[in-house]
Write a protein that binds this ligand. Structure first.
Ligand SMILES: [Zn+2]
Length: 152
């Protein structure tokens, strides 16, 4: 193989890898944030169960959780060893789904209940074999609430 042929092959491999990552993110059990919407009362049930948590109805259809919402409550952990503070919160999505989520890119002094957030797909941790694990984190919608220097 020539160098030019290798470049083309690498580009194709990169494109294929990106497609696989996008597909993986949409898998229901991975990054899909798949819920079930009640056909009787329109409640978005997340995590999805066999019946609607509001009315007990069994008529449920597949739905995706809205990726914007607000911070319903949170816990801020300050670390004394110079590390940046971390936060975990309950996000109430615009469609009513509620989920426990870590926060990212936030300015600690700007964190508040009711703050508008957006769910993003981020690396959560790296396991003992060096394999990264991914999941959703909530980041502030307003650039004013972002940690200085963090922009998307
Ligand atoms: Zn219902």
């Amino acid at each position: 193989m020539t160098r030019a042929t290798n470049k083309v092959a690498n580009r194709r491999n990169g494109a294929t890898r990106r497609k696989i990552v996008r597909l993986w993110r949409r898998l229901p059990r991975m990054g899909g944030l798949c819920a079930r919407r009640c056909t009787a009362c329109n409640t978005v049930n997340y995590p999805a169960g066999p019946v609607c948590r509001k009315c007990g109805g069994r008529g449920l259809e597949n739905a995706r959780v809205a990726t914007t919402g607000h911070l319903a409550t949170y816990t801020l952990a300050q670390h004394g060893d110079g590390q940046a503070p971390t936060a975990t919160g309950i996000i109430e999505c615009d469609d009513g789904a509620r989920l426990l989520c870590r926060l990212a890119d936030f300015a600690p002094q700007r964190l508040r209940v009711g703050m508008r957030v957006r769910l993003v797909f981020r690396r959560m941790a790296i396991d003992t074999r060096g394999v990264p694990r991914y999941g959703h984190k909530a980041v502030p919608l307003s650039p004013d609430d972002h940690l200085a220097g963090m922009t998307e």
